[in-house]
Design a binder for this molecule. Structure first.
Ligand code: C5P
Length: 239
């Protein structure tokens, strides 16, 4: 549910979209690759707007694509403010740039542009958990493959019990101050929750959604195209 006018909280969605997307093999940076006729970034922004729970969006893109991203967000006809800033060489640098551009945030969602088909209802569920007092909330799905750890020579070093594993998606939601503290650690991590865990804070996993899959490989892109081809017009979450 959207803020009441007297609610001082501000939910800012940070959208890292500055990756080159080497694994996708496209000539354009990944977030600008079209799927279903529109760039992934446009789908991601549309989903955040349709969720009805975000007050502002900050997009982080390669410096040379700032103007193009501004044009895309302007043509999206957004009902909420959308800012575009330059990302960095690693995802973590891009998110840090977004955090700096969102000083008013009381809560932050970090949502990969590459999870272009994420349902607005999942975004709304993450924010509902934050509003209920959780400080760090991530969506996750049970894994279907057995996962093994391996050493540098490809020799298996362990097989964690599958039932206790989750594949983590975005949006990842945080109390803004907590995420700022986590970024101040200046440690490497592949996701934002990983940094928050280093602070010793509890990160809560809620059920994810298969549609929030990350478009990483050409196979993922084909799947997204097929899903969009059969999708009815997106429904906004009722406010
Ligand atoms: O590379 P990966 O698929 O993990 O990227 C996840 C998201 O992070 C993508 O939306 C990508 O554009 C973004 N990213 C970024 N800045 C980077 C690298 C990735 O914003 N330097």
């Amino acid at each position: 549910m959207k803020n009441s006018p007297h609610d001082a909280s501000r939910v800012v969605a940070l959208v890292p979209a500055a990756g080159q997307g080497v694994r996708l093999g496209a000539a354009t940076p990944k977030a600008f690759v079209p799927v279903g006729g529109s760039p992934m970034l446009t789908h991601a922004i549309d989903g955040l707007i349709a969720s009805g729970v975000v007050d502002r969006i900050v997009i982080m893109v390669p410096a040379e694509l700032i103007e193009r991203a501004r044009h895309l967000s302007a043509t999206a006809g957004s009902s909420i403010p959308v800012s575009v800033v330059a990302g960095g060489s690693e995802r973590i640098d891009s998110v840090r740039a977004g955090l700096t551009a969102a000083p008013e945030a009381t809560h932050v969602l970090v949502h990969d542009a590459a999870r272009a088909l994420t349902p607005p209802s999942l975004i709304a569920r993450v924010v509902a958990e934050l509003r209920a007092g959780r400080r760090a909330v991530v969506p996750g799905l049970p894994v279907t493959d057995t996962i093994k750890s391996v050493d540098a020579h490809g020799v298996v070093t362990g097989t964690p019990e599958r039932a206790g594993l989750r594949a983590i998606q975005t949006p990842q939601g945080f109390e803004a101050q907590l995420l700022r503290e986590a970024y101040a650690l200046d440690l490497p991590a592949t996701d934002d929750a990983g940094l928050v865990e280093r602070l010793g804070a509890h990160v809560h996993v809620i059920p994810g959604d298969p549609m929030a899959f990350k478009i990483t490989t050409p196979l993922d892109l084909r799947l997204a195209e097929a899903l969009l081809a059969e999708r009815p017009v997106a429904q906004a979450v009722p406010r």
